[in-house]
Ligand binder design. Structure first.
Ligand code: YCP
Ligand code: CO
Length: 284
């Protein structure tokens, strides 16, 4: 499904907040943190194949087993209840809490490494349900920056290049649901969705265009980039693009340009490998 808000859910925030607080005592996985520059990506499985909470890496679960609630899901009955009330469990593969703070995600596509999993079983549709967020948290899809607000439900096209950012120390907590394939995404919902309309304008953050002076200054980072600091430079590019529109594919294009202009062949090779891994092809 393409990225769009599908509705606003009715949530008892006293109960939800109490369980978010309680979840802080559970063991979160750091899986996928290499996608981030800054704080880690922390996740905790409430629903997964065989009810096994596993290690958080989707490709390490046994997709021949029926997805079921995990011990962590059982310890958070209100949040699991939301999943049961609003979504179709027949297609639900995973439900996880995803937590970030003070971090940016490298633009990437998901699902690339799921090719070994039978087509009918593998994750194909994703929904986000922001539970705790703030005005300093953003998403980016292609070159659109937008916000998801607490209590909204969103279809999220994880096959499209995307990134997320939190410019705050406060935790951003989302429920993230992954479903196997269905012919019509509405079958995943147990509520009436909003009219299909892509990312609503009231969720989009408009950015001023990046000036050519700023663009040129960023390119001079080729004089300092090396294998020790390239992730810091990546973070600078990502953060700037959330604030100023550098144009289509600005982050990767500029990163590769800087890496190439550095004259450091090992670094440029690393940059090309990363580009391939995050956007084109990766093994499980
Ligand atoms: C996401 N994709 O886009 C996740 C975060 C890496 C994979 C971790 O939210
Ligand atoms: Co992703």
């Amino acid at each position: 499904m393409r990225t769009q808000r599908v509705g606003r859910l009715e949530i008892d925030w006293t109960k939800a907040d109490a369980e978010i607080e309680k979840s802080a005592r559970l063991a979160f996985s750091d899986a996928y943190s290499e996608y981030l520059c800054g704080g880690p990506w922390k996740s905790c499985m409430l629903w997964a194949a065989g009810g096994d909470r596993g290690d958080g890496l989707v490709t390490n679960y046994d997709f021949t087993q029926r997805p079921a609630i995990t011990e962590y899901g059982r310890q958070l009955p209100y949040l699991s209840g939301l999943v049961e009330r609003y979504f179709n469990l027949d297609f639900l593969n995973f439900a996880r809490l995803a937590v970030i703070s003070n971090s940016v995600i490298i633009p990437h596509r998901d699902l690339l490494e799921l090719g070994e999993i039978p087509e009918k079983k593998r994750n194909a549709h994703r929904l986000h349900l922001p539970l705790l967020t703030n005005e300093h948290c953003f998403f980016m899809e292609e070159n659109t920056v937008y916000r998801m607000r607490a209590g909204e439900a969103w279809f999220f096209d994880a096959s499209c290049p995307h990134s997320a950012a939190s410019f705050s120390q406060d935790k951003r907590v989302h429920l993230m649901l992954d479903f196997s394939d269905v012919d019509d995404g509405r079958k995943l919902l147990r509520f009436m969705p909003e009219k299909e309309a892509g990312i609503p304008t009231d969720s989009i953050c408009t950015r001023r265009p990046m000036s050519s002076r700023e663009h040129d200054s960023l390119l001079t980072l080729s004089g300092v980039i090396d294998l020790d600091n390239y992730r810091d430079i990546f973070a600078v590019l990502i953060k700037r693009h959330y604030r100023r529109d550098g144009g289509d594919n600005f982050i990767w294009k500029t990163f590769l340009k800087i890496a190439k202009a550095s004259g450091n062949r090992d670094l440029y090779q690393k940059a090309c490998e990363l580009h391939r891994y995050f956007l084109i092809e990766r093994a499980a």
